[in-house]
Write a protein that binds this ligand. Structure first.
Ligand code: M5T
Length: 616
């Protein structure tokens, strides 16, 4: 569980903590961040005197730690992680900077200085976004610091030595650990406790908000030139590989000390306009991280599809954890390629990686392995093998309109032999996920018979019969669909309440029923075909009978809820379209269905129920 949604912004990135500190690792993993730990080899020996403030020193050290790891990882496999986090904690007292003691005497000297006094603990943090361009590592650094004031009690020599002999001071800045025995030395703390322990989590989250939640256009600040801290130019922000970038820094943290130092090393994002030569007004724009995620979205989809196709999630459902090499053997793929794909799946939150190997996440077990009631493996495969190709024609479909594009490359999935089973699998998984909600969106207990037109594998029929034990459901679908229905019957759960009838609902007589169901059917067809179908349903339905339409109903401004690409899907794939409630109401009313009501059936689906009026 992730409390801070901003931490979630890092879940899809490969994040590395460039620190050997067990405390930092613990703080960040408790916050829900997923990361690898690669301790930095940077030697902490920058010339303290050359920094204008102690925290400038801590920030620079943090930055060098992170950059060293980024460049080492880049050199190792020519690919740096997306984000490297470095941190450095120091204690300052009387103008002196205290780091980790080198021995017991050093610890004693430090603790004696702190004894009975107030001191400051600074942690400098660097968040380094990396990208690889033409084989070169490109980095962009965001940095900040946090200060906490700590007061020690008056401590006896005996107590100090007892504490030193405990061994606790040795790997800790200032020679104490506030989170353990050292807590007994402390009278009060002002500020962020975790900052003393080694990582200012609260400030880190705020920084992520700054980085990943750019202000909306109307919030773009118009600021006076002299209120912008001195800035650098980071030239490669447009590289989508990078994932994110630093916005213009506020007048705080790393940006602030630089301003004080009169330096000019801060950063400004691409697209920002600096002040004009008169230094009057400029516009700063946050880096469009969300947009870049969108640009990269297809790569994530393709990685997921590929892992599904290679049955990675099936392999790991059967046996886990497994190392990349073992998985590669089982899926008959190269080790290096498999490892990369697996790591991407980890970054996408589909797999987990531990020392002993890779495992499925619960999400992957439930939805991406090919078996299981709620598997979306079929949908992923259908998207990969079919929808993907059709979407390459989106431009053509937009230029020429659905009718023109349809039929050129697009092929109705149910009519294609090759894709028929795959399409059934896709629909089966999707319907299973929503069937209960559709069945219960309205109280249908007054009906004793229903006919599910285009009911495919009977997934909705099953949910209906479970919900309404009196109800008998006839599923009508094309013969070539019905032929494969047995593959989708859960063992031991066949029910006499459901029967399957092969037929074409545009041509064949419709079975008699009190309730006719059209689930995810009408959006596939243009208005003339919808009228044709509704007129056939209306002709078969007795007065007092019903029609139940399950579709994503558009808002009145035609905005789709949930699945935005769906309407484009229709454009490239069929001649149909999604409709608003007034449109459905009008269609149904024209065919004698009244009292048309809407209910939501989850995030992406709505249910419309109409009652057949007596003919005039
Ligand atoms: C004041 C205080 C510090 N620390 C630890 O002191 C180390 C600072 O050293 P660093 O150089 O910033 O980090 P490191 O441990 O050398 O790791 P690295 O990041 O690899 O340089 C970090 O561990 C901190 O937790 C505590 O655990 N408790 C405290 O109360």
């Amino acid at each position: 569980m992730v409390l801070s949604p901003v931490i979630g912004k890092l879940l899809h990135k490969r994040v590395v903590l460039a620190s050997a500190s067990p405390r930092r690792r613990e703080i960040l993993s408790h916050a829900g961040l997923r990361f690898e730990v690669v301790p930095s080899r940077f030697k902490e020996k920058l010339d303290k005197a050359s920094f204008p403030t102690p925290y400038a020193y801590a920030i620079e050290t943090a930055k060098q730690k992170a950059l060293e790891v980024a460049s080492r990882m880049h050199q190792k496999d020519l690919r740096a992680p997306d984000v490297v986090i470095g941190a450095d904690t120091i204690v300052t007292v009387g103008g002196l900077i205290l780091e980790k003691p080198v021995d017991k005497q050093d610890a004693y000297r430090m603790l004696s200085r702190l004894n009975g006094k107030e001191h400051s603990v600074f942690t400098g943090v660097a968040i380094v976004h990396c990208c690889t361009k033409d084989g070169q590592l490109d980095t962009e650094v965001s940095e900040f610091h946090e200060e906490t004031t700590v007061k020690f009690s008056e401590l006896s020599e005996e107590l100090l030595w007892e504490y030193i002999d405990s061994g606790e001071p040795m790997d800790k800045a200032g020679g104490y650990g506030i989170q353990a025995l050292g807590g007994m030395l402390v009278e009060y703390v002002h500020g962020d406790f975790l900052n003393v322990v080694g990582f200012p989590l609260n400030h880190f989250c705020k920084k992520l908000v700054e980085l990943y939640y750019p202000p909306r256009r109307k919030d773009v600040q118009r600021v006076k030139h002299d209120s912008i801290p001195p800035v650098d130019t980071f030239e490669n922000l447009s590289d989508a590989e990078q994932g994110s970038s630093d916005p213009a820094q506020g007048n705080e943290g790393g940006g602030h000390w630089r301003a004080e130092a009169g330096g000019d090393r801060g950063q400004v994002p691409a697209g920002s306009q600096g002040a004009d030569s008169n230094g009057t007004v400029g516009v700063t724009a946050q880096f469009p991280a969300g947009l870049l995620e969108l640009i990269d979205g297809f790569k994530a989809s393709k990685a997921l599809f590929t892992a599904c196709k290679l049955k990675v999630f099936d392999v790991l459902k059967d046996e886990a954890p497994l190392k990349a090499m073992d998985i590669a053997g089982k899926i008959d793929a190269s080790v290096c390629g498999t490892e990369r794909l697996l790591d991407v799946c980890v970054a996408l939150g589909l797999l987990e990686k531990a020392d002993r190997g890779y495992c499925n996440t619960d999400l992957a077990d439930l939805h991406l392995a090919s078996d299981g009631e709620y598997s979306l493996h079929g949908l992923a495969m259908h998207s990969n093998d079919h929808a993907w190709n059709l979407f390459t024609d989106l431009e053509l479909a937009v230029r020429e309109g659905a009718n023109a594009a349809f039929g050129r490359k697009a092929e109705h999935p149910v009519q294609s032999k090759q894709t028929k089973l795959q399409f059934m699998r896709a629909m089966h998984g999707l319907t299973n996920l929503t069937a209960r909600q559709v069945a219960t969106a309205f109280d249908l207990s007054r009906f004793t018979s229903a006919c599910d037109l285009g009911g495919c594998t009977g997934a909705l029929a099953r949910a209906l019969t479970q919900q309404y034990p009196r109800l008998k459901v006839t599923v009508v679908d094309l013969p070539e669909v019905i032929e494969h229905v047995p593959c989708f019957q859960p063992e031991g759960r066949q029910t006499e309440q459901i029967s399957f009838v092969p037929g074409d609902f545009f041509k064949d007589n419709l079975p008699e029923a009190e309730l006719y169901i059209l689930s995810r059917i009408l959006h596939e067809w243009p208005d003339d075909k919808v009228h044709e179908l509704l007129s056939r349903v209306s002709g078969s339905c007795r007065p007092g009978g019903g029609i139940l339409v399950a579709e994503t109903v558009l808002e009145e401004n035609r905005a789709a809820r949930g699945s935005l690409p769906a309407s484009l899907n229709l454009l490239v794939r069929t001649q149909g379209r999604e409709r608003t409630l007034p449109e459905y109401r009008s269609l149904l009313e024209q065919h004698g269905f009244w009292d048309v009501r809407l209910a939501h059936a989850g995030d992406r689906l709505d249910v419309v129920l109409g009652t057949r009026a007596a003919p005039p």
